[in-house]
Design a protein around this ligand. Structure first.
Ligand code: HEC
Length: 140
């Protein structure tokens, strides 16, 4: 027979036990993000501004970034590595905004100058995130 106090002890004991495990896992995830996966030192103003441009233009409506987003256009989490650097990314975004006849179309967002540079900066910063070898192939 289980007494009332035994039931109470199981309830509180279990709650505290799993709460402690939860706090431990949060601390572990946090330290993992801060120390290994996100490159905080290189997180500049330009990168933050580039992310804003990325969000304002809803690039994610067609592209994935680190797997998140839509599957219409290529994965861009590794685009900087794939194309070989920031200048190439800027050139590609510029070219994609023009009306080329023979490729799938990307809208012309009219992104240029500092906005274009910071956007490329953001995509190049993103490609430095340690993703445990994701995507599994170059094309994403
Ligand atoms: C309406 C859909 C759409 C939106 C929105 C869109 N793109 Fe694209 N994007 C494309 C398509 C389509 C391609 C070309 C795919 C191909 O070559 O077959 C492309 C290609 C690219 C490439 C070259 C990728 C590569 O591997 O060659 C980059 C870089 C890029 N887009 C960046 C952006 C950025 C930055 C934004 C937001 C400002 C954006 N795209 C928004 C459709 C879109």
């Amino acid at each position: 027979m289980q007494t009332k106090s035994a039931a109470r002890n199981i309830f509180f004991g279990g709650t505290i036990f799993f709460f402690v495990i939860f706090v431990g896992l949060v601390a572990h995830s946090y330290s993992y993000i801060v120390t290994t996966s996100t490159n905080v030192k290189t997180l500049t103003e330009a990168v933050a501004h580039g992310k804003k441009i990325w969000e304002e233009n809803a690039c994610i409506d067609c592209h994935t970034i680190l797997g998140e987003g839509a599957y219409y256009a290529p994965e861009l989490g590794n685009v900087c590595k794939r194309l070989g650097g920031k200048d190439a990314v800027m050139g590609m975004i510029e070219a994609r905004q023009e009306n080329e006849e023979d490729t799938r179309q990307m809208p012309n967002f009219n992104i240029k100058g500092k906005d274009l540079e910071d956007l490329a900066e953001f995509l190049c910063w993103t490609s430095t995130i340690k993703t445990q070898n994701w995507p599994p192939n170059e094309a994403g």
